[in-house]
Design a protein around this ligand. Sequence first.
Ligand code: DHE
Length: 517
Amino acid sequence: RGYLRPKDIAIVAVLALLPTGGWADAAADYAEHCASCHAENRLGGTGPALIPETLTRAKNLDQVIAHGRPSTQMTGFADQLSPERIAALVEFIKAPLAETPSWTVADIEASREMVADYTPAEKPVFTADPMNITLVVETGDHHVSVLDGDTFDVLDRFGTPYAVHGGPKFSPDGRYVFVMSRDGWVEKYDIWSLREVGRVRAGLNSRNIAMSHDGQWLAVANYLPQTLTILSTETLEPVRVIDVAAKDGTPSRVSAVYQAPERKSFILALKDAPEIWEVATDPEAGPFYDGYVHSFEKDATEAFGAQEGLFARRRIRTEEPLDDFFFDPGYKNLIGTNREGTKGVVINLTSGGKVAELPLPGMPHLGSGITWDRNGHKVMATPHLDEGVLSVIDMTDWTLVKQIKTSGPGFFLRSHETSPYVWADVFFGPHKDEVHIIDKQTLEIVKTVNPAPGKTVAHTEFTRDGKYALVSIWEDDGAVVVYDAKTLEEVRRLPMRKPSGKYNVWNKITFSDGTSH
Ligand code: DHE
């Protein structure tokens, strides 16, 4: 009593910024114009959630409210609301919610919508190679295009939840794919039948998803609430919601969940705790210890409350919270970055101990890392988000082999077992229209392509056989440009609506060295 919580202070600060009566007017305007699609509690309905957790990256919200978003159901309100009232509405939706919303197993279950007339096809309803399907996420109008990887024909184009982020995850046989939106919706799509199977809201603000080694479970990493949701891949039913908190009880957001098939587990990066979690997907797993002990300390079972079997959880203590993981090919070690993005830390997943520290300043984006063989050594490369370099690390002794200078900070790297090159985009800065092609052995840039001068060009994916490399022109009237991966010449251009990531079934389910996992 008498004290304000930080979120109350934030609301008071927002109120102070509004003209007299602004908050009440904004709340009334929200109720009248927005609530029917975005829900009274702002957690989203047919439209996305309008809460600060999901709006931090949204730009020009006043323009969106005034003029709507093309190709969506969001219409403009400029003829009904003055610029001042629109500005007040923007502040209203950016203010924290008065109460941290909960999202329980019952809420998840109630959100589940299975497509009523879906019947699984007995075999693919197309003649294309089902293992060479490539999905293109089109963020411009929230669709995914299903491409025949040989002819580049679009076999289907299906609607997704709003703002898909991260890589879709395929079932181990490549038949089903799951995509996730930042609002926590997970959609299941049957590639053989070219049909959506259903969708479920697994969290309110989610980071990414991971598939279990046996294809039975899909884990969803959430920021809001601070949980890991585990869904049945067959029915999309929630089978477990794990509250995520450090050993001392402090709740933590989950930065990301990773699939570690060779360990038969999920690995979690915790945003707010100096811990890495491992959650078993193996019914025979364990014992896993709940204390800050390593797995070899078997006699600590009693003292630390061991968990066994499916979804048993293990904590690995770290010196500081680590994020953005990259795994070595055997899933024995992971590399994570610290919050400041000044170094890489190698952790042995079996002992839980720190193996090495890597000199990686400039915000390395390890999640985009890829590996290949060079001079008998396995090397990995990672772009840096703050500077125009790629770091190449020798994974046998964790030494820095080279920093390759690029014409600006990049986001994504891709290669293929059959390709002598790494494709590295320049996502930020004046050279955002360039993609460097780098020789895997000499580590020199051999060519820079620039398919759409002045536009953002990013993210490469290869076809199954590695013959073609597909690059996105990341613009609303964008395209996927198909290159001959040998001659490095453009062979096709497929118009797409702000295409972002592309994912080849075969490359993903075989965990190809050249692709992110
Ligand atoms: Fe991503 C993958 C985190 C911003 C597009 N991004 C991932 C993954 C993580 C991550 C943890 C791996 C998940 C997986 O595939 O399972 N991304 C983050 C961030 O923390 C960051 C920097 C800030 C944020 O807002 O979350 C961020 N990401 C972006 C973007 O701004 C991008 C360029 C546009 C967008 O869609 O939001 C973007 N991220 C992507 C894409 C992938 C991705 C296309 C999948 C790449 C792949 O090839 O697998």
